[in-house]
Design a binder for this molecule. Structure first.
Ligand code: SF4
Length: 269
């Protein structure tokens, strides 16, 4: 008898159909309602395999990529000493959001506990990265949320502090941010460009998809303002789209590509 941990998932409905989003792989699967209810009933996120375990349910979980490694192996691995350098941290600087996407696995970016990271906490994370980076010369800090630009003052402070610390330690530091694009205004764009940020913009593209999937809180449509801000941001990069990615969700790819045509530097997520 052995057991599997269930990977983190988020269930949502769209157009009266049920989807399971695998949070680890960010893949969404359409499932029938009966299966989604069976998955919800799994106690404590752990499924034990013995003669009585439902083989069909196990196979379905496997297909959705939700079956993680054996619990015993997991415990064993946790106790292994790790001497590899840590080169990349993600800072959830804002656990809140101005959008309310229908498929948000973070409960509107709040992950159950709304709040903003304090500058002091962020500085400690930078110190930790520098230490754990050991002899690595290139380090990366990603700003994430919620919507990280809601905490722009702390983003700015972290960048300055990280640059100073990296210089003292003779390392190079790179920055990236994942944003919903609604707060990409002039001063923010200048800052991101000056600091050579890689920018991932989550935008579902066409009017119908963006407004239905990614409304502002209170159901206000977000397409017009997001499109305008994304266009301003791209213009601020002088038409060069390197270090800029679009993170599409459930969108009609061809339509979106025709609005923001890809060039060599653009990746699509
Ligand atoms: S923009 Fe991101 S964090 Fe905000 S509600 Fe949408 S998916 Fe969640």
């Amino acid at each position: 008898m052995h057991s599997h941990i269930l990977a983190e998932y988020h269930k949502f409905e769209y157009d009266n159909k049920v989807y399971i989003l695998n949070v680890e792989t960010m893949q969404a699967f359409r499932v029938n309602r009966a299966l989604s209810e069976e998955i919800d009933k799994i106690q404590n996120g752990t499924i034990t395999c013995d003669n009585t375990t439902n083989a069909r349910l196990l196979a379905a979980l496997d297909q959705l990529g939700l079956l993680l490694r054996d619990q015993a192996l997991e415990n064993e691995q946790e106790s292994l000493p790790c001497s590899l350098p840590v080169k990349h941290v993600s800072l959830n600087v804002a656990q809140t959001c101005n959008l309310s996407c229908i498929y948000c696995y973070g409960i509107n970016g709040e992950y159950g506990q709304k709040g903003y990271m304090k500058a002091e906490t962020a500085r400690k994370a930078v110190d930790w990265l520098i230490r754990q980076g050991m002899d690595a010369k290139e380090l990366i800090i990603t700003f994430f949320g919620g919507e990280p630009l809601l905490n722009f003052p702390v983003v700015k402070e972290v960048v300055q502090y990280a640059r100073e610390r990296a210089q003292e330690s003779q390392k190079r530091i790179h920055f990236s941010i994942t944003t919903n694009g609604t707060l990409l205004t002039g001063a923010v764009n200048s800052f991101l460009n000056e600091n050579r940020f890689s920018v991932v913009i989550s935008f579902d593209g066409d009017l119908e998809m963006q407004n239905s999937n990614r409304p502002f809180k209170g159901s206000k449509r977000s397409h017009e303002i997001t499109k305008k801000r994304v266009e301003q941001f791209l213009k601020s990069r002088g038409g060069k789209r390197n270090r800029t990615c679009y993170n599409y969700c459930l969108q009609r790819r061809l339509k979106t590509r025709s609005r923001f045509p890809c060039s060599d530097g653009v990746q699509e997520g």
